[in-house]
Structures are given as C-alpha cells and as structure tokens.
Design a binder for this molecule. Structure first.
Ligand SMILES: [Zn+2]
Length: 402
C-alpha cells in the first residue's frame, strides 16, 4: 500500500455546486480534509480549519458536527475568544481512533497505543533474552495487544520493522540484525491479532513521524538519518509522504559510498556510510563506554584537549558530511533530521564539519538545507507506525476500517 497525500477539499469556497452522486464523494473528501487538518494540529479552531481547507465556514461547521456525532472529534466550546467577536471553538481528536503499533528489536518488542494527532496513549514492551524469532515476535504482539488494548475496537496495527520491507505485501525481505529473511510478518500478525496490519521499514516510519509532528514539520522535503546499534537507517518524505522509490526500498542512505577504500559492509559492498560512521567504532574510541554514556562522554572529549577520540569523532562527522552532500544534491531537502548517535555527535561537536561539506553541494540545492536533530524521542517509531494505519482513516474518516 502506498501512502496517500492529504486529500484536498473537493469543494473549496467559490467552486460551482456539485450534483447527483458526486455529493457523497465530495462530503467524504471534505471530511477527510477537515480531519487531516485536526490530525496535524490538534486544537485547531474552526476558523483555522476554514483557512486550512479553503472550505466555507458553514461547511466546516457542518463537517465538524458530523465528526463530533461519529465520536471522532470533540469541540471545546469554552475556548477563550482572545479578542473581539465570538470565540471560535477548538476541535480536538478523541481517543476513539486507536492504533496498536509494534516495533520488534534485538532486546525487546515495543508496543504502543496511538491516537490521532500523533498522541501516544499507552506504551509497553516485551523483553527478549535473545534476538526474537518471528514466532517470538508474534507471541510478543499478542501479549502487547492484550496489555494495551484488551477491550474496544482497534483501527489496525502498524509495524515498524528493522529491515527491508516489501510494503505491498508486508513481507520482511531481510532484517539482518534479527536474522530474518523472507518473513511474511504482515500476514502472520494479521492472523495472530485478527486485525488489519500494515508493515514498513522503521526509518520510513521515522521520517514520516518527524515530517508530520517533529523536527521536519512544515518543511517541503525531509531526509531522516538515524544512527543506532545496528547501523544507519535513512529515508525521505515530502509533505509527510514517502519518496523512497517504486517499492519503498529507496532512502538507504546508510549504504551510500563514502570511502572507496573503506571497510566491508554486511550488505556486500565496501565503504558504506554505516561502516565508516558507526556507533560501535565510536564507543570503542571513547574507551568502550556503555551506549547510555555516549553523549556525556562525547561532551567531555570535545571539551578536553585534542585526542585520538576527538579525531575519531571528527573523522565520522567528515564522512557523514560526504554522504549529506550527496543527499542534498540528489534530493534537495529543506531539513535533514538526524537521530540516535548522529544527533549526539552534532549536539556535542556542532555542525561545522557537516556545513563544510554542505557548502560544496550545488547552489540552489544547498540554500535551504538545514541540519536539525530529531524531536520525537522515544515516541518516534510509534507515531510513524501509527501513521501507516491512520492515513487510511484520514482518507475516509467515517469508514469502519473492516
Ligand atoms: Zn552497505
């Protein structure tokens, strides 16, 4: 399934009146436009929604009333006016639209219950003593469903998988760090949970979450790079919609060539970004500190005299800059969002090394490119995985989903 862009309103103010069977479609699209605006900015006033959607004020009032009757949103009639005239009620999403999200990792499967507006309503995790097999992940999913959503309807299940995912089928093509290959995770989970399931790569979930609700909010093109224990995940989105190629396998910036005589990578190539810019190599250079101590240790090393550890920090930032120059020339992003240890490197050492490389990207492409750190923290993948399901809810708000 491919993500859909926000549905434009079907009948903006000033357009000619539709007739006949077009009315149902028009109403559905207008409901979608209003709910999408509330999703992106919970607590929008009716006046905000009128401006955002371009619909008549009276149309917005009627559409909001319909969403209120369906239990999807509520209106805060006590909103302060803040000036002259009558107050414009604020519209909030209710908790009735709920998505279960799952993220299987090496040491645990993480679960969350997420609502509209990117709100995480509850979280839980099932620890694993060893990397989970697909059966372990299914058992964890059942336990998380029972703990997080024992009663009440779910609109679906969104899964952020740490590997290459065929987004059409929900198959995990390969998840190297879990040791999975050709696992039909989507169909297996759908049978185990008796719910519709959508699976995508974890970096694809991350970029959509940051683009809609985090550090990429408002930017027209966002690239996301996350540095973790298992490597560097990457993805790209525009307007919250993924731009990762025909089958979603694009955006693997961690495997762009940054050093022709570099180290061998698990992908089979040499000198990939993630072999040169590596958390394990960084932790080793810092004296084998635990990962939880990475950022304070980086800060101490940066503040002290030049050292071999500082040289390694700068070496890694240099190779990251090489990759980002390519990213800027190829994708022309407005924001480059860095997460994980990449964010820690930039927070402690600054962006000077990256900026030196970005200054050599092509003019035009480099002008608006800004490097920022991820904003959503621990909720990132839950918010992104929920969007896999919510995009269909948003496209047709009154459908039941089953
Ligand atoms: Zn590689």
């Amino acid at each position: 399934m491919t993500p859909r862009p926000p549905t434009p309103p079907a009948h903006p103010a000033g357009a000619p009146d539709p007739s006949g069977s077009d009315r149902d479609d028009l109403r559905r699209r207008n409901l979608a436009a209003v709910l999408h605006a509330v999703h992106l900015r919970d607590g929008s006033t009716r006046a905000d929604l009128t401006r955002e959607t371009g619909l008549h004020r009276s149309t917005v009032r009627a559409l909001v009333a319909e969403l209120v009757r369906a239990g999807i949103v509520t209106e805060d009639l006590a909103a302060p006016s803040g000036g002259v005239g009558r107050p414009s009620p604020r519209v909030h999403a209710t908790d009735a639209t709920r998505v279960l999200t799952l993220h299987p990792e090496l040491d645990a499967t993480h679960g969350a219950l997420v609502g509209l507006g990117g709100r995480v309503l509850a979280r839980a995790r099932v620890p694993h003593d060893a990397p989970p097999t697909p059966d372990d992940a299914l058992a964890a999913a059942r336990e998380l469903r029972d703990r997080l959503a024992p009663t009440g309807p779910l609109r679906g299940v969104g899964v952020a998988a740490p590997g290459l995912v065929d987004r059409r089928t929900g198959n995990v093509v390969v998840a190297p760090h879990l040791g999975w290959r050709d696992v039909p995770l989507g169909p297996l989970l759908a049978a185990a949970l008796d719910a519709p399931v959508t699976v995508d790569n974890d970096a694809n979930c991350g970029v959509v979450a940051e683009a809609l609700f985090g550090a990429g909010r408002g930017a027209r093109a966002v690239v996301y790079l996350n540095g973790g224990a298992s490597g560097i995940g990457g993805s790209a989105a525009d307007g919250g919609v993924l731009t990762v190629g025909a089958h979603g396998f694009g955006g693997e910036i961690g495997h762009t060539l940054v050093r022709s005589d570099g180290h061998p990578c698990h992908c089979g190539a040499d000198g990939c970004l993630e072999t040169e810019v590596s958390r394990a190599r960084l932790l080793a250079a810092l004296g084998d500190v635990p990962a939880s101590e990475l950022e304070p240790t980086l800060a101490r090393v940066v503040a002290a005299r030049p050292s071999t550890a500082l040289a390694e920090i700068d070496r890694q930032l240099g190779y990251l800059g090489v990759a980002l120059r390519t990213v800027v020339n190829v994708l022309n992003p407005e924001r480059i969002v860095l997460g994980g240890f990449l964010a820690a490197l930039v927070r402690t050492r600054g962006t000077a090394a990256l900026d030196a490389h970005l200054a050599r990207a092509l003019p035009g492409a480099r002008d608006d490119a800004r490097v920022v750190t991820a904003a959503l923290g621990a909720d990132l993948l839950a918010v992104g995985a929920a969007q896999l399901v919510l995009r269909d809810v948003l496209a047709d708000p009154l459908s039941t989903g089953r």
